[in-house]
Write a protein that binds this ligand. Structure first.
Ligand code: OTN
Length: 385
């Protein structure tokens, strides 16, 4: 196993952060936990002295990638726990033992490996009021700054599931929502709510909770999160991953791509090629703009020194000050005439607009509706061949 190879590959793909699945639904733990024996400690690998979590975190630091950990509390085969985090068949004592093990394990993970950028609760966390472990208190105590995927609603930095594993966010896609994913997914009997709530993936511009979207998808299809021998042909072609980038990052959503590890403990060669080519393609498209500006107010204009061919426009709001735009228009000045390119609603962190190539002398962003002064961190035009 070589976690440096994993993180080098993530870096080549352009990743800013990485999340290790420290324990998936089987319960097998990739670090030498004190909670039970079902972990790397009980294997012959490195004579039971190995710690994949520790190696992963060190490699993240080495490659300048912010580390995150996935730990699902909602399912654990070792304790006969299934969604939404309940021992089945239900038994009070067994549930207590499970809750204690969760508290022990999250304490280890959140104490021994430094500050975590993101903590991933696949399927959310069952709140203590409903018989679950008190994850939120421990989180507030040990990693209060972490971005929590489907985390407890008391956390200040939440990120929500976009609702599919296909790398596609809706348009518009808002950073705020009414719904906090963990309450949808783990409160007993709440699954039905998902179906009834069209705002789930898109969020809600008037929602009171700041929880932008994260689109998670595996790098093999359909839904192949795990490595199996002879399945390299299932890899997403690079052009499809690029399409996912447009549909997620280009729609105000983080993109989290699964990375399988093979029986050598490495990212398979074909996957290294895929991730590297993906990173190179994103860089090729978006590293050099024809022109870029920033500004504030209802109209921000990007002026070219001479008529310039463009076919992409990228907009970013200064989201540290909130997501303020509610509707906008983009126009290009072509042969002395303003030509409408697109009308839209949400911008947020990033909106990528693809368009037919035009030769423009200027691009104008007009904000038709906003809840406060629009703050445009970036308005850039590109010509992607
Ligand atoms: O079988 N599943 O549990 C499943 C199949 C396909 C897509 C998602 C799921 S589970 C789903 O995973 C999400 C992350 O991708 C979130 O954690 C959801 O809460 C969870 O229900």
């Amino acid at each position: 196993m070589d976690t440096d190879q994993w993180l080098r590959t993530a870096k080549a793909a352009g990743a800013a952060y990485a999340v290790l699945v420290a324990k998936h639904c089987s319960g097998f733990s990739l670090w030498p936990t004190e909670a039970h024996d079902y972990s790397v400690k009980s294997t012959p690998w490195r004579d039971g002295q190995g710690d994949i979590v520790g190696d992963f975190i060190s490699s993240c630091h080495r490659y300048g990638i912010r580390p995150g950990l996935y730990y699902s509390t909602s399912a654990n085969g070792y304790f006969q726990v299934d969604n939404p985090g309940v021992v089945k068949p239900y038994d009070v004592k067994a549930q207590e033992r499970y809750n204690e093990a969760v508290m022990q394990q999250i304490t280890e993970l959140w104490t021994n490996y430094g500050e975590l950028f993101e903590i991933w609760f696949d399927g959310g966390t069952l709140p203590p009021e409903q018989g679950g472990p008190d994850v939120r208190s421990r989180l507030l105590e040990l990693q209060p700054q972490a971005v929590c995927f489907q985390g407890p609603k008391e956390m200040s930095s939440l990120i929500r599931w976009i609702g599919n594993e296909d790398g596609v966010a809706p348009n518009p896609c808002w950073s705020t929502t009414d719904i906090i994913s963990n309450t949808i997914h783990t409160e007993l009997g709440a699954e039905e709510e998902v179906g009834e709530c069209p705002q789930y993936g898109a969020g809600n511009p008037n929602g009171s909770v700041w929880a932008p979207g994260e689109a998670d998808m595996p790098n093999r299809k359909p839904n192949q999160w795990f490595w199996m021998e002879g399945e390299d042909q299932l890899l997403y072609p690079v052009e499809e991953l690029v399409e996912c980038y447009y549909n997620s990052v280009g729609s105000n959503t983080n993109l989290l791509i699964g990375m399988v590890i093979d029986n050598r403990g490495l990212v398979p060669d074909a996957d290294v090629e895929q991730f590297t080519a993906f990173g190179q393609e994103i860089t090729r498209r978006f590293d050099t703009s024809q022109e870029v500006t920033s500004g504030e107010g209802e109209v921000v204009e990007l002026i070219f020194p001479s008529p310039t061919e463009i076919n992409h426009i990228v907009m970013m709001e200064q989201i540290a000050e909130g997501e303020r735009i509610r509707s906008y228009r983009l126009e290009a000045l072509v042969n002395g005439q303003w030509k409408l390119i697109v009308q839209g609603q949400s911008v947020g962190h990033k909106r990528i607009v693809r368009m037919e190539t035009v030769e423009a002398t200027s691009v104008r962003l007009t904000v038709d509706e906003a809840v406060a002064m629009p703050l445009i961190r970036k308005l850039a035009a590109f010509h992607v061949l």
